[in-house]
Design a protein around this ligand. Structure first.
Ligand code: BGC
Length: 749
């Protein structure tokens, strides 16, 4: 009898534990499938000791946190992503475990995926990586990585999706759903505002609430509300004074209370800084050790500083995911090779949609193999593999087709291919030392000479420039966007002997293309494009596939044109400047203006990130956001909206007729931007609000209807702490890129 009373009392506290989140009456708040487990969790919590609960709150191995063995609740197994399942590591170190069948598919990295502008492809990508995660016995995939690409030099730009929150959000939702439909949790990272790698473990991001809500949070918000993401990783940095892993506003108030996140938050590896603040302000799992959320937490509970209610709440959030994601029995994990043909096919499809044709003068492309019998392939990037490199998660890939291999496979004996490296691949550290190498150096005279000789006799030169994973790496931002290893000098020398050059840029982030642009009639952006990179590239070069990728970021002419550099708020030197725009938005916000503290990152460009800055400031980029050509041409006609005036709960339906007026079947990405005509509130010149990727046969016309919910046009009002619609006239701009608007119309909201 006595124990029965005790049990029902505990059940009662348990029920309170699982429901203790304050429910904010927001209509589009996520209703998570995870809450179906709450009643069962109450029963489980009632049977658990305090020690067992706390034991779930930290890493017991490098990539595992504990379950409750006594109750048959399995440990949580994590897999690093976001562009392929990382190889198995030794339990307590970063050393490879040395398995033979953990070779995975290397998927195109974030910026490549984003260049598809295709949420369906992001879904397929999620399905493929989720499947491989299950094959390996994992419960939570540490991806997608969805921070906004704020600076062109960001070390993880290649992992992230886009500079635009709307594009990032659409793809985050697709990726997250694809993963979780395989019964494995996604862990969206790095929440939030982890937009630089330099000093990431210390930097405090000072950002206005409006900018945070409109630019940096939407990809996370969408993944929670629309894809019911079950995991979130707290970033290393601080935001407005508080570490992300103990940030009450970000974790409890916004993520849980406003958005309805029901799963659990894991710290970035080594990103926990306290016990009481971390657990109270929302963190569930400290990875990879229990420095703060182990014994210290037990002591804090025993001392009465942390309540059992909080402990139950955090345990409940973990158990929800643990009960929903079925553990893979250890004997079923790693039974087959991780990478399988279906996933490899998806990697190929994404790669082929991602390649961006930046320029095609004199219709150099597709390559005419009847005309070009001798092709010079110049540049070490033609042979560079990018599945691993630098610091951080890489993929032990089953295979990676390099561009040179792809061309050889597709061309066989039809033509002669002659290869010369032209330059030495960039290496961050001098061999055998910790001496950091400069990024922008001059060409190697011997390699240059050899390449010039090869180019001289060829019918056409394919120049492979760009970066690699040693230059673009976790933990460090680039110092500049120059093409390393004297590539500018090399291409100039090549052009002197053979001006018939097609340049292929292999990189995950913006690079300075001034020289390449000057000497190449045609340029392709081919990314870190995954296991099938070389085949996808060869198919685009040869015209089997018409290129259809669009830039997910602005390619500036020079680094100093981009907002954070222009305003000198990055790199943090202690001399940050404020923009006039920022002054207008936040008249009295002196804290965004200047600093002598190098650990503070002032986001004083406010919402003028990427093309929002270039457009508003009238700065011409090298290639604009959303740009990408095709082997065909598209005509845009007959723009119409279904109404002239819309209420706040309505949706603007914009229709256009799109015609493929050329000779190749191809995909086009139609983009809709909104420009405010008269407003009291400050807005960027225009913002992406809808897009659609469509396939059209040569000669075909399709009527397309794109939708813009009026609620997506609201701004975050800092004083009212709410989304507010500013009424008035807006212009709807339909284009093939942010720099090539083809049709316009006007409506009132
Ligand atoms: C990275 C995360 C990653 C984790 C585990 C951290 O350094 O920031 O993205 O998931 O390590 O490898």
């Amino acid at each position: 009898m006595k124990s029965q009373i005790k049990l029902s009392f505990l059940l009662l506290t348990g029920i309170l534990a699982c429901f203790s989140i304050k429910v904010n009456a927001q209509s589009d708040r996520n209703i998570s499938v995870l809450s179906n487990y709450d009643a069962r969790i109450d029963t489980i919590l009632a049977q658990m000791t305090l020690e067992e609960k706390v034991n779930m709150f930290f890493g017991i191995r490098m990539f595992s946190s504990a379950g409750v063995p006594r109750l048959g609740i399995a440990d949580v197994e994590y897999a690093d992503g976001p562009f392929g399942i990382r190889e198995e590591l030794m339990p307590n170190s970063w050393m490879p475990a040395g398995l033979g069948n953990d070779l995975a598919t290397f998927f195109p990295t974030g910026s490549a995926l984003a260049a598809t502008w295709c949420p369906e492809s992001a879904y397929d990508y999620g399905v493929a990586i989720g499947t491989e995660g299950r094959t390996r016995g994992k419960d939570m995939l540490l991806g997608p990585a969805i921070n906004i690409q704020r600076i062109p030099t960001g070390g993880r730009t290649y992992e992230y999706l886009s500079e635009d929150p709307f594009l990032s959000a659409r793809l985050s939702v697709g990726y997250t759903k694809g993963v979780q439909d395989q019964g494995i949790a996604a862990c969206i990272k790095h929440y939030a505002l982890n937009n630089q790698e330099n000093n990431r473990g210390k930097v405090d991001v000072i950002v206005s609430p409006r900018t945070m809500r409109e630019i940096y949070l939407p990809p996370f918000e969408a993944a929670v509300k629309e894809a019911d993401a079950w995991g979130v990783m707290a970033a290393y940095n601080k935001v407005n004074g508080y570490w992300c892993s103990e940030n009450d506003l970000l974790q409890n108030q916004i993520l849980r209370n406003e958005w309805g996140f029901a799963g659990f938050i894991v710290s970035d590896w080594g990103g926990t800084h306290s016990t009481v603040a971390a657990i109270t302000n929302g963190l569930n799992v400290e990875m990879p050790t229990g420095q703060y959320l182990g014994d210290k937490l037990l002591d804090s509970v025993r001392a009465g500083v942390v309540s059992e209610e909080i402990i139950n709440q955090r345990a409940c959030e973990i158990l929800r995911v643990r009960l929903h994601v079925k553990p893979v029995p250890p004997h079923e994990a790693n039974r087959i090779m991780t990478s399988q043909p279906r996933q490899q096919q998806i990697a190929y499809e994404v790669a082929s949609k991602a390649i961006v044709l930046l320029k095609n003068e004199k219709t150099q492309l597709p390559l005419d193999t009847a005309k070009y019998k001798k092709i010079a392939v110049i540049g070490a990037n033609a042979m560079q593999k990018n599945a691993t490199g630098g610091l951080g998660a890489g993929v032990k890939a089953l295979f990676e087709i390099t561009p040179l291999q792809g061309l050889r496979d597709r061309l066989g004996n039809q033509v002669t291919i002659v290869y010369a490296p032209g330059y030495k691949p960039y290496r961050r550290y001098q061999e055998g030392t910790r001496t950091r190498q400069p990024e922008c150096t001059s060409a190697d005279p011997d390699l240059l000479k050899e390449a010039v000789n090869v180019a001289k006799d060829a019918d056409i030169v394919l120049f492979f420039g760009g970066t690699n994973r040693d230059l673009e790496t976790e933990g460090t931002d680039r110092e500049s966007i120059c093409l390393p290893s004297g590539q500018d000098e090399l291409i100039k020398a090549l052009a002197e002997v053979n001006p018939n050059i097609v340049s292929i840029i292999v990189s995950g982030a913006p690079v300075d293309l001034r020289a390449v642009n000057q000497y190449s009639p045609a340029i392709l952006m081919s990314w870190f494009n995954g296991s099938a990179a070389g085949h996808a590239l060869a198919d685009v070069l040869l015209g089997t596939i018409s290129p259809s990728g669009k830039l997910p970021f602005t390619l500036p002419v020079k680094l100093e044109d981009s907002p954070a550099y222009f305003l000198r708020n990055y790199p943090q030197t202690g001399e940050a400047n404020s923009d006039i725009f920022a002054d207008l938005v936040n008249e009295n916000r002196s804290e965004l203006k200047s600093t002598d503290n190098k650990d503070l990152a002032y986001y004083s460009e406010e919402s003028l990130v990427g093309y929002r800055w270039f457009d508003t400031k009238n700065i011409k980029p090298m290639f604009p956001f959303g740009h990408g050509l095709s082997y065909t041409t598209f005509q845009y006609a007959s723009i119409k909206t279904d109404k002239a005036k819309y209420k706040s709960d309505e949706t603007i339906k914009v229709s256009v007729d799109l015609t493929n007026s050329g000779k190749a079947d191809a995909d086009e990405v139609v983009q809709i931007y909104v420009h405010r005509l008269k407003s009291k509130v400050f807005w960027p010149y225009k913002e992406l609000k809808a897009f659609d990727r469509v396939n059209l046969k040569a000669g075909e016309t399709k009527k397309l209807t794109l939708e813009i919910p009026v609620k997506n046009l609201r701004y975050w009002d800092e004083a009212k702490y709410d989304w507010i619609l500013e009424n008035g006239a807006i212009e709807i701009l339909v284009g093939t890129s942010s720099g090539d608007i083809r049709l316009k119309t006007q409506v009132d909201i």
